[in-house]
Design a protein around this ligand. Structure first.
Ligand code: SF4
Ligand code: SF4
Length: 72
């Protein structure tokens, strides 16, 4: 259902980013094999574009220096 998947994406149910912790280093963005992470130019924080493509292998979780990433 389109409406439901939109809501799920907005709520980041798979890729959860603690924006208070994120320092915007971009390490996870460079590493992500699915290219679904990006740095928001306004806030300088990591965001996820389409978490439904996430492979859930947690590369971003391992590389993040401030433990800002969580994968469900
Ligand atoms: S788990 Fe992998 S595919 Fe998913 S956001 Fe992290 S690096 Fe990208
Ligand atoms: S690796 Fe961590 S601190 Fe760096 S941009 Fe990604 S979430 Fe933010």
């Amino acid at each position: 259902m389109p409406a439901r998947s939109t809501a799920a994406t907005r709520m980041n149910r798979i890729v959860m980013i603690n924006e208070e912790r994120c320092i915007g280093c971009g390490a996870c963005v460079s590493l992500c094999p699915k290219k679904i992470l990006y740095i928001d130019t306004k806030g300088g924080k990591c965001k996820v574009a389409d978490e439904s493509k996430c492979d859930r292998l947690r590369g971003c979780v391992k590389i993040c220096p401030v433990q800002a990433m969580k994968i469900a």
